[in-house]
Write a protein that binds this ligand. Structure first.
Ligand SMILES: Cc1cc2nc3c(=O)[nH]c(=O)nc-3n(C[C@H](O)[C@H](O)[C@H](O)COP(=O)(O)OP(=O)(O)OC[C@H]3O[C@@H](n4cnc5c(N)ncnc54)[C@H](O)[C@@H]3O)c2cc1C
Length: 512
């Protein structure tokens, strides 16, 4: 008898063995106490035991129509890997994950887990199967056990591909192309590869040795990295981080390589056009985050943007803003506020209306738990400065939103102006478009939002731009999105490039 079976005496007095649907509660990773974890910048999660992970996997209902898979941009297969974990077949579970995902170690740390909101357990009782926790247990075990080895191509195609940008889109694309025998060179303007995984996302969400070991695996597979080299020129828009001193022209890449993949992200930050914006102490979010990540990595001794001893206002209610809250707290900030134009979302969604799609609901990040006042329906009118130009406060006004005829609009509430005293303001209002200089250098067409124009599904030429042999994937094509979407686009783009170069492909097709 297995642990999922019980003896039962039937009405006729017969003893029968019945299968029990064993449905324990969802268990999350443990977290170090907020008071302790803000003393360092590292990972503060506490892993679950193998038994707990297996218990979690037993909660999977093995749905015939698994919305977890269809919600996942990579189409990972939780139903399958849950069954394997539950049976203790960890190596096969890793093979299952590895067949759809290039870097599960990244998504299992930073993904918002769109899969989990599609889980039937989430629909039924608000407690999704801990798919992200199980994914992390599988891939961390695979790395520890030495199962993740370079997958070196058995034949070389003789074709050369340049990938511009080493974020999750560029890395997953380069990995797939190298594995089918192409010579791949990744050009990156930062000092080290990883894109936002390395320089944007903070170490407390993703420690960088996790990125390093994957880069080493890719190098062993033949991928070359040219870091500190900007493609196009060095004239990036205001607010775009660039430490490169060298550049190569777009034309030289087009000439020397058989195909070029643009995976250079959507890096132009949205600015705040209010009086006082130029005050000392006002910074774009990535000035804070990249600076601190470089210090933690030992690339530089100190950052130009410190929150130590300062009260802080983070303008922008999204994830980048939440990362600013976490970093400001660790740098020793006093009071931290995060302001959002939008109304406070409901704590609980109406599942009948939203499931299995991503619901708008109140989400508290671990950074919020560490101490932050969140102000909703609040707009910034002015940044107040002292006579030396240093920030002393932010002037705000409350907003009233109305929803009519399917349209949303807001007005300022008369007489609701107020000030928040602060010495630092971090602008985290999203990113408007890719750096225009890079797209101009290649001469590719842009869509209405300034992204590289390339269709996801475009007959024989998905991901192709208007320039022959130049492809685009990830945030540069879609606008700022998620790591998992960038990875998915990178893999799918590699398939399109392989077809372009060789007339066919053995790379996996993207389908459920
Ligand atoms: C602060 C922050 C936190 C985030 N947190 C999360 C999270 O927790 N979970 C999540 O899923 N998503 C998160 N995101 C979003 C996610 O990081 C991005 O959607 C994802 O990294 C996009 O991948 P990408 O490869 O398209 O671009 P990027 O990661 O932006 O990489 C593009 C790379 O191209 C390089 N590049 C640009 N131009 C050139 C050039 N001309 N020459 C050479 N190199 C160039 C850049 O330096 C960069 O390294 C976050 C974003 C930010 C800003």
């Amino acid at each position: 008898m297995t642990t999922n079976q019980q003896k039962k005496v039937s009405a006729a007095g017969k003893t029968e063995v019945i299968n029990v649907v064993h449905c324990p509660r969802r268990i999350e990773f443990g977290h170090e106490d907020p008071k302790e974890r803000i003393k360092h910048f590292g990972d503060f999660t506490r892993p679950l035991t193998d038994e707990q992970i297996q218990e979690q996997s037993r909660r999977c209902l093995h749905c015939g129509t698994p919305f977890c898979s269809s919600n996942c941009p990579l189409h990972n297969r939780p139903v399958d890997f849950n069954a394997l974990v539950r049976a203790g077949r960890w190596h096969e579970a890793w093979e299952c994950l590895n067949s759809t995902s290039s870097f599960p170690e990244f998504t299992s740390r930073v993904c918002p887990a769109i899969c989990e909101v599609g889980c039937t357990q989430y629909y039924l009782n608000d407690e999704a199967v801990g798919i992200k926790t199980i994914e992390r247990a599988i891939i961390d075990r695979a790395w520890r056990a030495g199962w993740v080895k370079p997958e070196i191509a058995t034949h070389k195609s003789g074709k050369r591909v340049a990938v511009v940008g080493s974020g999750p889109a560029g890395l997953s694309c380069a990995q797939q192309l190298a594995r089918v025998g192409h010579n791949v060179t990744v050009f990156e303007k930062a000092a080290r590869p990883g894109g936002l995984l390395r320089y944007g996302i903070s170490d407390f969400k993703l420690e960088k040795d996790v990125v390093d070991r994957r880069i080493e695996q890719m190098q062993a597979e033949g991928v070359k990295f040219e870091c500190g080299v900007a493609v196009g020129d060095l004239k990036f828009p205001n607010g775009v981080q660039c430490t490169a001193k060298k550049s190569v022209t777009a034309q030289s890449l087009i000439k020397e390589f058989d195909a070029v993949v643009l995976a250079c992200g959507s890096e132009t930050p949205r600015d705040l056009p209010v009086p006082g914006r130029e005050g000392a102490g006002v910074h774009f979010a990535l000035e804070l985050l990249v600076g601190q990540n470089r210090v933690v990595a030992g690339e530089v001794k100190a950052t130009n943007v410190s929150s130590a001893g300062c009260d802080v206002v983070v303008v922008g209610g999204g994830d980048t803003g939440s990362d600013c809250v976490g970093i400001a707290r660790r740098q020793g900030a006093g009071k931290v506020y995060q302001i959002d134009l939008m109304p406070k979302p409901p704590v609980k969604e109406d599942k009948q209306a939203t499931w299995p799609n991503w619901p708008v609901k109140l989400r508290e990040s671990t950074s919020h738990e560490e101490g932050c006042d969140r102000l909703w329906e609040t707009s910034t009118k002015e940044i107040v400065r002292d006579k030396n130009g240093a920030v002393t406060a932010v002037k705000c006004v409350k907003l009233k939103w109305t929803f009519a005829d399917g349209k949303r609009s807001c007005t300022e509430v008369p007489g609701s102006e107020f000030e928040i005293a602060c010495q630092r303001v971090y602008l985290a209002m999203g990113f408007t478009q890719p750096s225009a200089n890079v797209l101009a250098a290649f001469g590719v067409d842009k869509d209405g939002r300034g992204n590289a124009k390339a269709a996801l599904e475009n007959g024989a030429a998905p991901f192709a731009t208007s320039v022959q042999g130049v492809f685009a994937c990830g945030d540069v094509r879609s606008g700022q999105s998620l790591v998992v979407r960038a990875m998915s686009e990178g893999r799918r783009c590699a398939r399109a490039v392989d077809v372009y170069l060789t007339g066919g492909t053995e790379l996996p097709e993207y389908r459920l």
